[in-house]
Design a protein around this ligand. Structure first.
Ligand SMILES: NC(=O)c1ccc[n+]([C@@H]2O[C@H](COP(=O)([O-])OP(=O)(O)OC[C@H]3O[C@@H](n4cnc5c(N)ncnc54)[C@H](OP(=O)(O)O)[C@@H]3O)[C@@H](O)[C@H]2O)c1
Length: 241
């Protein structure tokens, strides 16, 4: 039986991905702060092996330790998906700080622990998946810190891929870049288009994981927007981005 851990599975994309992976026969370790939701998800999947685990990714050292303990409890893991994230449009430092602690520092702490686990314990036989965003492509005047944090995730994963290639240790690294997905995180957004239901986004993420893609836009057509985002000159983009 394949084993996977999803960091941040209590709602939205992580929640839907957990259901799909469980239905496809994965033994799962699921984490989040609202652990009672993970317990209810596990109870709703009778006969499936699910390990609910409390984790606050902003408690970096503790979350790394918790990840390793969860892996041990599961008797090993094949895929680690770091999906946890926070976003809010605000220039208040408390919000910016929370975004950086969750999306950048929290991500790096767990991606590093995952990489080390696959190198040290599994002879590089493993797969790390990070959920960045289309927001990783370019800076934003509105969601300045969120976009910067997602660029950090994308770049970190590219770096991990190169780090493993330099040592001829081919750990699979997948950078998932969603556009707009209907989840609690986007409930307050007033301007959105091509909004995908979380179930559809999770199914495409699952497919990208199975194919061990390096980068996947979710849904697929967001690759066109990513391409255009890179082309638009600053004097236009800056006024709208
Ligand atoms: N929805 C979109 O349009 C969209 C687009 C691009 C990228 N994304 C990314 O997709 C990922 C999932 O987001 P979503 O849209 O599904 O939103 P969501 O429903 O709000 O899910 C966020 C998940 O992250 C977890 N999380 C947040 N802060 C945490 C912390 N400090 N410690 C542990 N877990 C934490 C939450 O768990 P707890 O609150 O229970 O801890 C929850 O499970 C995020 O990385 C987001 O940036 C979303």
């Amino acid at each position: 039986m394949k084993k996977a851990i999803i960091i941040g599975a209590t709602s939205g994309i992580g929640w839907e991905l957990a259901k799909i992976m469980s239905n496809n026969g994965y033994e799962l370790g699921l984490t989040g702060r609202r652990v009672e939701r993970l317990v209810s998800l596990a109870n709703a999947q009778p006969g499936k092996v699910i390990h609910p685990q409390f984790m606050d990714v902003t408690e970096y050292e503790k979350s790394r330790q918790t990840l390793l303990e969860l892996i041990q409890r599961m008797g090993g893991v094949d895929v680690i998906i770091i999906n946890s994230g926070f976003g809010q449009i605000s220039s208040k430092w408390e919000i910016e700080d929370k975004i950086i602690r969750t999306n950048a520092h929290g991500f790096a702490a767990l991606a590093n622990a995952s990489y080390r686990y696959f190198i040290d314990e599994r002879d590089a036989n493993g797969h790390i998946v990070g959920i960045s965003s289309l927001a990783a492509i370019r800076g934003s005047g509105l969601a300045t810190t969120y976009n910067a944090s997602k660029a950090f995730i994308s770049s970190y994963m590219q770096g991990l891929r190169y780090r493993s290639m330099r040592k001829n240790r081919n750990i699979a690294i997948t950078d998932i870049r969603p556009g707009f997905v209907e989840t609690p995180m986007t409930e307050q957004n007033d301007f959105m288009f091509w909004v995908a239901p979380a179930e559809k986004a999770a199914q495409q993420i699952y497919d990208a994981i199975q194919k061990k893609k390096k980068v996947a836009y979710i849904t697929k057509r967001w690759a066109i927007i990513a391409f255009l985002m890179r082309l638009i000159p600053d004097f236009i983009y800056g006024k709208n981005g």
